[in-house]
Design a protein around this ligand. Structure first.
Ligand code: ADP
Ligand code: MG
Length: 462
């Protein structure tokens, strides 16, 4: 029956690994956590049950680009009963989508939007068959101190009491299952396949300074194919992109403070190969459905093994050989520490908050949001755990740079997974890795027209 539906609605003959198991549990009304790697077809895990149930599905989605991508995919599949609302839209589009909510099969919204007091009214009367938490790792990575509304998604699901919940992600930090059960007050049934991506090789370079890193990088990108370079700050984004541009390559920049339009443009240029190199912060990547990214370079180490797997997972969706390389220089440890712990909420902050003495506006906002749902003593323990988790991720990722054993085994062990088979092109500690031979095109110098030539010769403008 399921295979017939798969063929009928999507034209596929068989399920990809993990899909059928997830779908069966969802149809059996079990709250399910599906941990399936990038490109494994997670969207279908909620789309097929939606068609079979003949009821609408609410998809709680963390990012605009992710919503855009999924909506575009559904429409490409002929499904127009779709609505979504996000801050990148103009009034007209927003109005149109709000009106379309009633008749939609698929509704994409962010937790922040739903949790605004008037917005829940827009959807609370709808009879959902399924609620999806897409990219569910965000709940653990961002849940408490970056996007506190993620820790409140339990408030949303409570409105739709008996509705089945499906959480989907490619990388599950070790505490994800626990966090999900806690935040959503339920017991998730787990379906997981290996997080290993065998077509992505792993290597790492310890260098002496940022200058050395840049020298290495400029040489490396000559033949790295479609490449994402991850950096940990906006400032570094601009600096690196400038060096790459001066070397003659077209390059794009992507970070969270750019406007929606700017981000859209760069992302499209990257996807359609107008530019082959993009320098980005971790804001880039989710919802970027590009099959042929060949190289991921981490100019700075990410904050945890889980973020690392998430980010390198954007390479090689087409299954072809791809490479992930991270760089490190001694100053990076303190950079990482600052990034992870400067804004972290501590027990003292919560005490100050209790007595109305907390001045830090950023922390104040977070605690205001969270205390609408959690008691302060719960928050103390939540933030203690969040701190320990960050610390663990931090140590593990620092361990990665000094490894002399297999990098893949080390990363997989973090997720309590081992490696069953050995294969070639695994990591730089195991074997000689092949170098890619995909030359990145340099800028083409535009020919001057005769008027420009004359101007240059005689400086006629001056
Ligand atoms: P993920 O969210 O896991 O990264 P997507 O849901 O974006 O992956 O799906 C990746 C691609 O796989 C899509 O192009 C989708 O159409 C395709 N796909 C999904 N399920 C199947 C299937 N059973 N057979 C073949 N292709 C599939
Ligand atoms: Mg997906």
């Amino acid at each position: 029956m399921l295979h017939r539906a798969l063929k009928q609605y999507f034209g596929f003959d068989s399920f990809k690994e993990g899909q059928q198991e997830v779908i069966e549990r969802v149809l059996n009304n079990e709250d399910t956590l599906g941990i399936l790697p990038t490109g494994s077809g997670k969207s279908l895990c909620y789309q097929l049950p939606t068609y079979i149930n003949e009821k609408a599905t609410l998809i709680i989605s963390p990012l605009i680009s992710l919503m855009d991508d999924q909506v575009a995919q559904l429409k490409a599949n002929g499904e127009y009963r779709v609505s979504y609302i996000h801050s990148g839209m103009d009034e007209k589009e927003r109005y149109y989508n709000i009106k379309a909510l009633k008749s939609s099969r698929f509704i994409f919204l962010s937790p922040e939007f739903i949790l605004q007091p008037n917005n829940i009214k827009l959807i609370q009367h709808l009879n959902f068959g399924l609620i999806v938490l897409d990219e569910a790792h965000c709940l653990t990575e961002w849940g408490y101190d970056f996007r506190p509304h993620y820790a409140l998604v339990g408030k949303i699901t409570k409105h739709f009491n008996n509705t089945t919940i499906l959480a989907l992600t490619a990388t599950a930090p070790p505490t994800l299952e626990h966090d999900l059960n806690y935040i959503l007050s339920t017991q998730f049934s787990l379906v997981r396949t290996s997080m290993n991506r065998p077509n992505i090789s792993l290597s790492h370079k310890n260098l002496a300074s940022d200058e050395e890193k840049i020298d290495w990088l400029l040489k490396f990108i000559e033949r790295s194919g479609s490449t994402i370079i991850y950096v940990s700050s906006k400032k570094k984004c601009y600096e690196l992109a400038k060096s790459i541009y001066q070397k003659g390559y077209l390059t794009g920049i992507y970070h969270g403070d750019m406007s929606y339009q700017e981000r859209q443009t760069v992302q499209e240029q990257f996807i359609n190969n107008t530019i082959s190199i993009i320098v980005a912060t971790s804001a880039f990547g989710m919802g970027v459905n590009k099959p042929d990214v060949r190289t991921i370079i981490h100019f700075h180490l990410p904050t945890s093994p889980s973020n690392y797997l998430q980010e390198i997972g954007r390479a090689g969706r087409d299954g072809k050989y791809s490479q992930a390389i991270s760089l490190y220089q001694p100053d990076d440890t303190s950079l990482l520490e600052t990034l992870l712990f400067t804004d972290a909420i501590k027990e003292e902050d919560i005490k100050l908050y209790k007595y109305g003495q907390l001045l830090d506006e950023y922390k104040l906002n977070i605690l205001d949001t969270l205390s609408s749902h959690y008691r302060l003593d719960q928050l103390v323990s939540i933030f203690k755990q969040a701190y320990l988790r960050k610390k663990e991720g931090f140590h593990r990722i620092l361990g990665y740079k000094d490894l002399t054993t297999c990098r893949r085994v080390y990363l997989l062990n973090y997720f309590n997974e081992g490696l069953e088979e050995e294969f070639s092109r695994c990591c730089d500690n195991d074997s000689e890795l092949p170098s890619l031979k995909i030359t990145n095109k340099k800028k083409v110098k535009r020919k001057q027209n005769y008027k420009e030539k004359l101007e240059q010769l005689f400086n006629t403008n001056k």
